[in-house]
Structure formats: C-alpha cells, structure tokens
Design a protein. Structure first.
Length: 277
C-alpha cells in the first residue's frame, strides 16, 4: 500500500477526527490543524511523527498561508488537502447578528478558499494533488432557518466547481463532499444558534431551534462516511461531488428536480430577451 500524506483542517472532532484516525491506522501521514492545542494529544502519542499538528483558526488569513507553507516544507509532499473545519449557524436571517454572519462566512467560506489558494502553488509544483471540500447536502438544497449556513456552503461549492476547471491542466483534482446528517458533534457541540425573536416562533424558520435535540440522532455513520471519502481519492478521474447518506441523496435530487421544473418552462421567455438586431 502506498503511503499518502493528507492535510486536514479541524482534526480534533467530527469528520476530521474520523479521517485522521482511519488514515493513520492505515499507515498514511496526516498534517492536521486544530483550534485548541492538546486536543489530539492521544493521537500524537499513538502515531508519533506520522501526525503533524498546527494550531489554526480559519478566520486568521495570514496564519493560513503560514501553516500550509510550513506543512508542505516539513512533510515534503502532500497528496490530499481536505477542507473540513467549519460549523453550523441556525436561525432566521433577521435573528442573526452582524458578527455571527461575518464569522460564519469567514470560517466556512473564505477560510476554505484561502486554504485552497495557499495549497495551489505547492500542488502545481508537484504536478498533481487532490482537494477535498467538506460541504453538505445544504450546498444544493435549503431549509428555512439556515440561510447563512447555506450561503457559505453554496458559495464554497461554486468556488470549488470553478476551481476544478481551472486547475485540471496541472493534474489537480477537486471533490466536493455532500454528507447528510451524521452522528458527529456538529449538531451538539459546534452548532451555534441565533437568539430567537417571538415573531418567528410559528414560522418555518423555527424548525431549526430543535436541531441540537439529542433524542433525534442523525442517520449517517461518520466512520463509514470517512471511509468513502478516503476511497474516493483512489478514483481517477475524481468525482466532482460525493453524496453520502440516503437523506442527502433524497434532499439533493428533490431540490434539483424542483429547480429544473421551475426553470425549464422558461425557455421561450428567456430567449425573448436575446438581442435580435
């Protein structure tokens, strides 16, 4: 088995932790980032120098480039760059504060963009590489009460889909991962919610207020999902999108069908605005 090296953001929990554990157990190397020092000491104690760790907050743009550059310098080659770190923010758009909006977009959208941009010069120099972007079915479908979470995910999917076309000539491939609900800490420990406004108590947006209810576990198995993500890096060409979970597949296909049903009948009116001079 060939030894690959991965760079993964947010390895202390969730998919980042599951990916790191499986990769290290299989003999690969991982360069991982955490927000809190010491949060993966159990893994460094078990795997030694096969796990490289740095502290990183994705809202710190300058440090992103420093950490990525140092990882490539220290490890010599990185085969897969996985943008995993992020969090959820739920609440009606009117309920959210300006700071909440700025922070989630800086983390889930522009943070991931800057990680990818920092890695590109190194991947181009190698002549190959794979970028994995953790998204969600919420990058294709929407729910009320999650407008800013969707904004970040739809934004990063558009960026990555365009990037895939830009970097293909350099041997760099991109996969956007779209998991459904998974039994990770996402819904319980990292989820943030807006202060509720009474005006929205009986609105569709109020459904997200129960998102952290532990009596309603998610459908997906994060270990199985991590295994599918790792397996996808052995495929050539890379899948542009990797849908994980029957709920994800259902939400995405329904959203795409609804979108087509709305757009396809507009062919004649769309053409009516073409220049005819």
């Amino acid at each position: 088995m060939s030894q690959d090296t991965w760079f993964i953001t947010g390895i202390n929990s969730g998919f980042g932790r599951a990916l790191t554990e499986q990769l290290l157990a299989a003999g690969h190397r991982v360069a991982g980032t955490v927000r809190k020092e010491g949060s993966v000491d159990d893994l460094t104690g078990r795997y030694g120098d096969r796990l490289w760790v740095a502290r990183l907050d994705l809202t710190d743009r300058a440090r992103i480039r420093t950490v990525v550059d140092r990882a490539f310098a220290d490890l010599g080659r990185i085969d897969v760059v996985a943008n995993n770190a992020g969090y959820g923010l739920f609440g009606a758009a009117e309920e959210l504060t300006d700071d909440q909006i700025d922070h989630i977009l800086a983390t889930n959208l522009t943070g991931s963009i800057h990680v990818a941009r920092a890695a590109l010069p190194h991947l181009r120099a190698q002549g190959r590489g794979r970028i994995i972007q953790l998204s969600t079915y919420g990058g294709q479908a929407t729910h009320p009460g999650a407008s800013l979470y969707h904004a970040g995910k739809w934004g990063i999917e558009g960026f990555m889909e365009s990037l895939a076309k830009e970097v293909a000539p350099f041997g760099i491939e991109v996969t956007i991962v779209e998991p459904g609900g998974a039994r990770t800490e996402f819904r319980y420990d990292s989820l943030r919610t807006a202060a509720p406004m009474p005006a929205y108590d009986d609105s569709p947006a109020a459904m997200t207020r129960a998102a952290g209810d532990r009596s309603r576990p998610s459908l997906g198995d994060p270990a199985k999902m991590a295994a599918r993500i790792i397996e996808s890096t052995t495929r050539t060409p890379a899948p542009l999108r990797l849908v994980l979970g029957s709920d994800s597949h259902r939400f995405i296909t329904t959203a795409l069908r609804d979108r087509l049903a709305d757009i396809e009948p507009q062919a004649r009116t769309a053409a009516s605005t073409d220049w005819t001079g």
